[in-house]
Design a protein around this ligand. Sequence first.
Ligand SMILES: N=C(N)NCCCC(=O)O
Ligand SMILES: [Zn+2]
Ligand SMILES: [Zn+2]
Length: 332
Amino acid sequence: MTANCPDATGNIPPQETDATLHFTGPATFGRVPRLDQVGTADIAVVGVPFDAGVSYRPGARFGANAVREASRQLRPYNPALDVYPFHYTQVADAGDITANPHNIDEAVESIEAGSDALLSTGAQLMTLGGDHTIALPLLRSVARRHGPVALLHFDAHLDTWDSHFGARYTHGTPFRRAAEEGLLDTSALSHVGTRGSLYSKEDLDEDTKLGFGIVTAADVMRRGVDEVVQQLKERIGKRPLYISVDIDVLDPAHAPGTGTPEAGGLTSRELLEIVRGLADCYVVSADLVEVAPAYDHAEITAVAASHTAYELITLMSRQIAFFRWVEENKPS
Ligand SMILES: N=C(N)NCCCC(=O)O
Ligand SMILES: [Zn+2]
Ligand SMILES: [Zn+2]
């Protein structure tokens, strides 16, 4: 294996030589270097193999590694936004945060501590789940650094339920807890892609009371990507933004490998285009959760997830490079 060499920016990009084929060697996300190979990173990709918070089919604990495997073919240049996401910023794979599969409370604490440790190095996070429970500790950690954040939540589900079988920390409750804990900027909260059956009409009323606006999957289909992007951008403005993507926002045809599938979802093309449309938003960190590879076929879900994570990294990389440019070109 050839060593990665710094490029002209001093960052260590993924290996791109004739000697290193995309399908060989250990899988880091996008074949970027490991964090321990580069010391610090602008963007750390981190796995959270935890799925004890699910209400239906388990298996998302294997999601992060499936996404890493499916991300091998990602190339350095993203033409959609004219960005080399791995070159102007240092992107590194930080490995996994260990979370106790037998004790959700303890797992939530470890995830928060693991995220704190990475954020304290100055990195922004692209977290790969794991089930959606992990969004709560990640938001606690992000809000500690940035204050209450705007939230853009792509999901078939609201995930603002109060509890499930008496449990308050589950994959259906992270955003209720986050709102209660004051982690969210309640003037800029949006779900995108919701659909399907609910437990009761009150689910929606309670969600609205928390401050969420909803763009349903049907809205995306009827109004189209550009109009939806415009509405989301107006709501988000320049606030620090956290993006949480539950892969079940996609139709089961585009993401069969997930635990709580719902018919009538977004296409992967719609999801990728909405994310690209947020290029000028100030994304401070993101997660991508609920990939459960045991139900996947031909890596359909894992490929969609890895490409979505690549777009999220592109948004962060573009912003970091822009702030750096402004800093370097300040009149003295
Ligand atoms: N897939 C996520 N995150 N949540 C689904 C919760 C659905 C339910 O408990 O009925
Ligand atoms: Zn969901
Ligand atoms: Zn979810």
